[in-house]
Design a protein around this ligand. Structure first.
Ligand code: G3P
Length: 221
């Protein structure tokens, strides 16, 4: 199971890469604009920082077939391996996903709002499918639809992996991991909530306090 960070913030990437076993980083155009930096600069930082065994996912910005294909070739050529173009599942996008896979490019189908559009992208050969779990909750049960998708792929023997995205709570992430999802991409604020449980901090403070009272020091020896 792959745990991926959904950010272009290099300091957050470094912070969680030290703490966790990060499988890679996903970005999208909005995430890159939020950095306040030029896109070339952000992309270079990501390419320079990530190890080659960590996956890098960058989204196409063009919305027409030719534009998406040109950007897909550029993105996938940024590193020798483990580099994926994210393509939204519009009509032009579906066409591009099919063509990009025929060219042997690594593809993540994104901006997915239903299990059905994800499944069609899977049949077009997408390596990863990114349902926008929290946004899907505006139209129904985002977690439930994503679980349906996992089951649809398994039932039909389709190999695309589901990398759920757009989480707004730890519970959403939890439910999908428990359901057997192959990958999640989580924004740093939600990862922080998973990592920093206040109960753990309280327990450790109590151990230290009791030890210090008994032995007059805060170390084992
Ligand atoms: O990876 C897609 C994700 O970044 C979208 O998240 O928070 O804009 O719904 P959000």
């Amino acid at each position: 199971m792959e745990f991926v960070l959904d950010t272009a913030d290099i300091s957050a990437i470094k912070e969680y890469d030290e703490l966790l076993n990060l499988a890679g980083v996903t970005t999208n155009p909005t995430i890159i604009t939020k950095s306040g930096k030029k896109p070339e600069e952000v992309i270079k930082e990501l390419v320079d920082y990530l190890r080659l065994d960590q996956k890098l996912f960058i989204q196409s910005v063009s919305t027409d077939f030719d534009g998406i294909m040109e950007e897909a070739r550029y993105i996938c050529g940024l590193r020798p391996e483990n580099t994926y173009v994210k393509i939204p599942v519009t009509r032009e996008g579906l066409k591009a996903i099919k063509a990009a896979k025929a060219e042997g490019l690594n593809v993540l189908a994104t901006a997915i709002y239903s299990a059905d559009e994800a499944f069609l992208a899977a049949l077009n050969g997408a390596d990863y499918l990114a349902p926008y779990v929290n946004r899907m909750c505006n139209y129904g049960d985002g977690v439930g639809q994503t679980i349906d998708l996992i089951n649809m792929l398994a039932a039909q023997g389709v190999e695309s992996k589901v990398i759920a995205a757009s989480f707004k709570s730890v519970e959403q992430v939890h439910e999908l991991i428990a359901a057997g999802i192959q990958a999640v991409t989580v924004q740093p604020d939600v990862v922080k909530q998973m990592v920093d449980h206040p109960g753990t901090e309280i327990a450790v403070d109590e151990f230290t306090e009791n030890w210090n009272k008994a032995y007059g020091r805060k170390t084992l020896r």
